[in-house]
Write a protein that binds this ligand. Structure first.
Ligand code: CA2
Length: 150
């Protein structure tokens, strides 16, 4: 059966490529999704890509990935990374479903408040500062993890 990965993006990620290009690069949100879809097709993987500016949507989708038995989640929670215990709880609750956290920028090289991630302790990996290709690396982390688990 084809592997199925949910790719979630949090608040303001629909703005990349439009503003703050010095931080997030010039590729648009749609460009990032096209890149992920192209790389997923090469790996014969199904990706379900969603973006929301609302915390509860992200919590609902993490739960949906669990109940609908996706193989894993790639998530860039945006600023909710640094604030949301609700999202961290959701990620923790679906263990051992593998979750990889992605950040386009290197959150550790930025403001102090971005150094904290509430969900990172419950993720199998965190990828930061690799730009849009980080999403593809995250997808590969999930696929390797799933393969190793048999
Ligand atoms: O580096 C990342 O991917 C982030 O998750 C992006 C978030 C930020 O809050 C995190 O600390 C790191 C922000 C999403 C993009 O926000 C924009 C705001 C204005 C213009 C363009 C993008």
């Amino acid at each position: 059966m084809k592997k199925r990965i949910m790719v979630l993006n949090g608040p303001n990620l629909n703005m990349v490529g439009i503003r703050e290009k010095n931080i997030y690069g010039t590729l648009s949100y749609q460009g990032i999704i096209s890149l992920i879809q192209k790389e997923a097709a090469k790996r014969d993987v199904e990706v379900d890509c969603r973006q929301s500016n609302h915390e509860g949507d992200l919590v609902d989708w993490v739960q949906e990935a669990y109940f609908r038995q996706y193989d894993g989640i790639v998530i860039n929670p945006g600023a909710y990374t640094h604030t949301s215990i609700a999202l961290a709880d959701a990620v923790k609750a679906i263990a051992p479903l593998p979750v990889v956290e992605v950040h386009i920028s290197d959150i550790n090289a930025r403001e102090q408040f971005r150094h904290v991630s509430y969900e990172a302790p419950y993720c199998i990996a965190q990828i930061k500062g690799h730009g849009p290709i980080g999403y593809v690396e995250a997808m590969d982390e999930i696929l390797n993890y799933v393969k190793e688990q048999g």
